[in-house]
Design a binder for this molecule. Structure first.
Ligand code: ZN
Length: 248
């Protein structure tokens, strides 16, 4: 089965649901973003199958119309797919009616589209393609994350058992950043390395760390930052890096 990415909840008052989810499940939003094209404010909670709250920012938004007709509550379910465009084509060929001609930007850099609920037992169904992630291997995750937050390049972070993951709205749509802590990773013999296109590190190419990384993640391209790079310059270095890999 295609994995369920999230369940969408429509609400007039995102703050109230935010407070409720804190009390019910100790959840805090990992994404909090206004999608101007759809005139909605979106918050995402959880790691695997997530909850998404959608709050209209204008009386004309589709969600505002949904709320006036059906009231607050469950709004849609969303499946996670590798390619939103390929899935949209597949659905159209199977006789479903997508609500947009092509996928549109969703929260957290996703590409999304919906199917007309007439064809899906009255349930609004979304398909979403996650943002492309670029991994950064970095010894001093805390400083890097702090700098990215200070400069507005990163809003949220989450700590997983094996590594720290930093994400959130970034200047370039469809991209997000994952920061792995080198020391923690290497302290473990085995870890779930993602399909990493690139590594950036503050280590030297000759170091044992660099060589171990190459062995562990042979497909990764190791980009070594000069040791002289100041932490407060890292966001600029990363933006250059994103620009350079944009079309890869
Ligand atoms: Zn959704």
């Amino acid at each position: 089965m295609i994995p369920l990415d999230h369940i969408g909840i429509a609400t007039h008052n995102g703050e109230a649901v935010d407070d409720l989810l804190k009390r019910l499940s100790h959840s805090t939003a990992s994404v909090h973003e206004d999608i101007d094209s759809q005139e909605v404010r979106v918050r995402l909670y959880g790691k695997d199958t997530k909850l998404e709250t959608i709050q209209p920012l204008s009386a004309d938004s589709t969600v505002a119309r949904h709320l006036s007709k059906r009231g607050e509550g469950l709004h849609h379910i969303a499946f996670r797919v590798a390619s939103a465009q390929a899935e949209l084509d597949r659905m159209r060929e199977s006789g479903f009616q997508p609500l947009t001609e092509k996928p549109v930007p969703g929260a957290g850099g996703k590409q999304i589209f919906f199917l007309h609920p007439r064809d899906t037992c009255g349930i609004l169904v979304e398909f979403c393609q996650p943002a492309k992630q670029y991994a950064v291997q970095f010894e001093a995750c805390d400083q890097l994350e702090q700098q990215l937050q200070l400069t507005g390049h990163c809003m949220a972070s989450d700590t997983y058992p094996a590594h720290r993951v930093t994400g959130g709205p970034l200047p370039k749509r469809g991209q997000s950043l994952v920061v792995h802590n080198v020391s923690t990773q290497l302290a473990r013999e085995k870890h779930n390395a993602p399909a990493v296109p690139v590594l950036i590190s503050d280590i030297t190419p000759a170091s044992a760390h660099a060589q171990a990384l190459h062995t562990q993640w042979p497909k990764a391209r190791l980009v070594i930052l000069p040791e002289s790079v100041q932490h407060n310059l890292l966001p600029a270095v990363l933006l250059d890096f994103w620009a350079s890999v944009e079309n890869e």
